[in-house]
Design a protein around this ligand. Structure first.
Ligand code: PLP
Length: 369
């Protein structure tokens, strides 16, 4: 007998309601509900420690730190980026009047292919915006070498890479800045939320101004900033969620181990293994369907799973470069992006979250086997 319960691709990590209530009472007593209050400061401190980063600035979502980092670094002209991401990555360039230049991905990792970056650099290029897709670290060393050679800034969209470390060091310390998303669907969430990670106090100060209209004091506005401050309620919610994040990541790891064990035997289905020396966060579990060997196309499998109440997601399909705003760009042609197209056309992200039961996992696997 099959149950009718939906198995969703993700499920939000929620703090204990009684514990949240205690903090809400405290916020009510303090009567300070936004503008860098007590819990905002506490969450920034706790995140610096947990993520092993020197400075962080909280935001109200994960898109505004992308937009603000570009403004802070005064990025103009052209920026090299990947079409294999969530649309917010490229949108942040558009919001700054910057022309996105798409470079193809490495078919092993889904990340921008460093070997193809140099050919895309022009006199107008000012920065590179890579994405740690599925939390798999980019080749940050190679990317930095290229950036240094041409005097480019590097901003990582690290929305998927919460807590990811390479050789014991946070991946968020790579490049000039990294952005995070704390959206409900992510490994760590504050319902909506996000952050910017930076290396020095001066930059942190500037970012804090920019997310508060550019105010540097009561009467001084230093730049046309935006309003993107995280409030006290979501900061407190985040503090509680942070305490259970290690446990949630361990539960996700358990799911990944079982998926891999079972799917290794399925002809025509491939997936990504852990990388040596990397502490992963198991944020997503993408599988790739080879229609000929598997005997069914990606979409056939995707819709068959849906019929049986197993909701995967085709992240990232369609590619950003195919959306109407961007498809007219020279770099957006399928010929320029063959690996990205192949991955977008074969991927399904399987249900992956902390609350999947062993029964749920087997039900997902049944659909594929
Ligand atoms: C989720 C996500 C974002 C945007 O974050 P929001 O918090 O939803 O604004 C940006 N980039 C990537 C790669 C994401 O997955």
């Amino acid at each position: 007998m099959e149950s009718n319960e939906l198995i969703t691709v993700t499920s939000p990590l929620l703090p204990d309601l009684a514990e949240l209530n205690v903090l809400l009472e405290d916020i009510w007593n303090r009567k300070w509900i936004t503008n860098s209050g007590y819990y905002h400061k506490e969450l920034e401190k706790a995140l610096c420690e947990y993520l092993k980063v020197p400075y962080i600035s909280l935001f109200t979502n994960g898109t505004l730190p992308l937009i603000t980092s570009l403004q802070a670094l005064r990025i103009t002209g052209e920026v090299i980026t990947t079409p294999y991401s969530f649309v917010a990555t490229t949108h942040s360039l558009w919001w700054n009047g910057i022309k996105p230049v798409f470079v193809d991905i490495d078919p092993q990792t889904g990340n921008i292919d460093p070997d193809k970056i140099e050919a895309a650099i022009t006199l107008k290029t000012t920065a590179i915006m890579p994405v740690h897709v599925y939390g798999k670290p980019c080749d940050t060393k190679r990317i930095q070498e290229i950036a240094d050679k041409y005097g480019l800034k590097v901003i990582y969209d690290a929305a998927h890479a919460f807590g990811v470390e390479v050789g014991g060091e946070s991946i968020l310390n790579a490049g000039d800045m990294s952005t995070l998303s704390f959206h409900a669907t992510k490994v760590f969430n504050t319902i909506e939320g996000g952050a910017l990670v930076m290396h020095d106090e001066q930059t942190k100060k500037r970012i804090d101004y920019l997310k508060n209209f550019g105010f540097a004091g009561e009467t001084e506005v230093v730049a046309p900033g935006i309003n993107s401050k995280m409030d006290e309620v979501r900061s407190a919610y985040g503090l509680l969620n942070l305490k259970q994040t290690d446990k949630a990541i361990e539960a996700r790891r358990h799911v990944a181990v079982r998926y891999r064990e079972a799917l290794r035997e399925v002809d025509g289905i491939t997936f990504m293994d852990d990388m040596p020396g990397v502490k992963h966060n198991y944020s997503y579990f993408p599988i790739f369907v080879d229609a000929e060997r598997y005997g069914m196309t990606r979409d056939e499998l995707y819709f068959k799973m849906r019929e049986h109440n197993v909701l995967g997601r085709r992240y990232f399909y369609p590619l950003i470069s195919t959306f109407s705003t961007y498809r007219g760009l020279e770099s957006a042609t399928p010929e320029n992006l063959p690996n990205a197209h192949r991955m977008a056309d074969s991927v399904i992200c399987l249900p992956m979250h902390h609350a999947l039961s062993d029964e749920d996992i087997e039900k997902v696997l049944e659909q594929i086997k």
